[in-house]
Ligand binder design. Structure first.
Ligand code: AP5
Length: 210
């Protein structure tokens, strides 16, 4: 299996699809956002440094994220889904040079109109224990505030408020193009429409990753 790089705006469904793909197709899922949030939750020295940056919707420094990523993957095991990394052209080049090397991969770009993202993210809820992702509109848990899968408590991410969401989208729009061009020139880029529901998107995703 090839490694998979997911590129898409905040709320485009990277985490949702990665969770499903990891459960059904034996990928390892690594999300730099989740790794950083775990550092914030345990109030590590790194977590304390990045907390305010994340809460404002800006990007954490490339060097910090790269080190954290390297410390949490083992490419000798099964294929990986990289969710939320890379975020800019320098991260894309670092991923190729320092992590992927000659290994095979596909970069999948999640195409969506940014107008729907604010609604998706303000209604997102995530399980504190297993990380399962819900939405109060359309993908709600059976019991309010409780995870269907593990009965963990659901929470609302601090950066999922409208002002910060809009900044995250601006940050994304300011960095994505050179990265897309980079993967297109390497003949690694697949684009998928992710405006449909979770299951439709999953089918489309499977059709491009083979
Ligand atoms: P991160 O955690 O990566 O957040 P993000 O990129 O903003 O992405 P999200 O997790 O918000 O969205 P998603 O695409 O995974 O959507 P989801 O599947 O949950 O990063 C957070 C912060 O960490 C950054 O702002 C930055 O500070 C820092 N950071 C992280 N990586 C970094 C890096 N590489 N460099 C520097 N800094 C970094 O879906 C969203 C909602 O929509 C859910 O409610 C879901 O149920 C719903 N939904 C999903 N799919 C569908 C569908 N098809 N139809 C309808 N609803 C859907």
């Amino acid at each position: 299996m090839k490694h998979l790089i997911m590129i898409g705006a905040p709320g485009s469904g990277k985490g949702t699809q990665a969770e499903k793909l990891a459960a059904e197709k034996k990928y390892n899922h690594v999300s730099t956002g989740d790794l950083l949030r775990a550092e914030v939750a345990k109030a590590s020295e790194l977590g304390l440094r990045v907390k305010a940056i994340m809460e404002s919707g800006e990007l954490v420094s490339d060097a910090v994220v790269l080190e954290l990523l390297k410390a949490n993957i083992d490419l000798a095991s099964d294929a990986y889904i990289f969710d939320g990394y890379p975020r800019n052209i320098d991260q894309a080049k670092a991923l190729n040079a320092q992590i992927l090397g000659d290994t095979d991969y596909t970069a999948v770009y999640f195409v969506i109109d940014t107008e729907v993202l604010v609604e998706r993210l303000t209604n997102r809820r995530v399980c504190k224990d297993c990380g399962a992702i819900y939405n109060l509109v359309g993908m709600a848990p059976k019991k309010a505030g409780i995870c269907d899968k593990c009965s963990g408590e659901l929470f609302h991410r601090k950066d999922d408020n409208e002002e910060v969401i809009r900044n995250r989208i601006d940050v994304y729009n300011g960095t994505v193009e050179p990265m897309l061009n980079y993967y297109a020139e390497l003949n690694r880029l697949e684009k998928i429409d992710v405006a449909g529901g979770k299951e439709n998107t999953f089918k489309t995703l499977l059709s491009v990753i083979g």
